[in-house]
Design a protein around this ligand. Structure first.
Ligand code: SF4
Ligand code: SF4
Length: 202
């Protein structure tokens, strides 16, 4: 999991990386380049942390949208800077307090194991809370995605009914939205009554 590997690099705890440092770095860079070209395919289709949050969001309960994108970006940016500072200067891994690594290793002994299941419960109501508030790797992918080449874009068939905007869980389906928090879930395309959203270059 790249978010956790990112933290291991910050902590200089390279024994647990699971691969030599150069390979991990190439993996980091590869998905940043791929995100620049194709959008957040890593988050949408590869990351297991994203996948399990997608699953719980399918639970049919009332959904709550967080409309203030700026606030979520600021929160995640502050958390990521805190994670880097805590790791570099105090050898503390902030991500461990989210329990994500314990959860995926099925290590139920630490008390923080239970934080991630709690986040998953929140994730039934709010779309992908870990990705949007805590993931340090996602910060980079989000920034790169905002200037990316291929994105979901409206075409001339759009009748401005805004059904896509209502369907999008991250408020990224507006005509001028940068798609930095677009996880390529396709809910907007499914909602569009006139097939007015293409995945294409500008
Ligand atoms: S609904 Fe559309 S714009 Fe919103 S996250 Fe999903 S694919 Fe991206
Ligand atoms: S749902 Fe389709 S037609 Fe309606 S605003 Fe979105 S892109 Fe345009």
């Amino acid at each position: 999991m790249f978010p956790y590997q990112f933290q291991l690099l910050v902590l200089r705890d390279t024994d647990k990386l699971g691969a030599p440092i150069p390979i991990v770095l190439v993996g980091f860079l590869l998905f940043i380049v791929l995100t620049f070209v194709f959008g957040r395919i890593f988050c949408g289709y590869i990351c297991p942390i994203g996948a399990i949050q997608e699953l719980v969001y399918l639970i049919p309960v009332k959904k709550f949208k967080i409309k203030n994108k700026k606030a979520t970006m600021i929160f995640r940016g502050v958390f990521t800077v805190g994670l880097i500072v805590a790791g570099l200067f105090f050898s503390v891994g902030l991500l461990n307090f989210t329990g994500v690594n314990y959860f995926f290793n099925l290590n139920i002994s630490p008390i923080f194991f239970y934080v991630f299941p709690a986040l998953l419960i929140v994730g039934a109501f709010v779309y992908r809370p870990f990705c949007r508030f805590l993931c340090p790797y996602g910060v980079f992918l989000s920034l790169v995605s905002s200037i990316g080449i291929f994105k979901l874009r409206r075409n001339d068939k759009c009748i401005d009914c805004k059904k896509c905007e209502i369907a999008c869980p991250t408020n990224e389906a507006g005509r001028d939205d940068l798609k930095q928090e677009c996880y390529m879930c396709n809910r907007c395309r499914d909602a569009c009554p006139v097939n007015a959203i293409d995945y294409r270059r500008k």
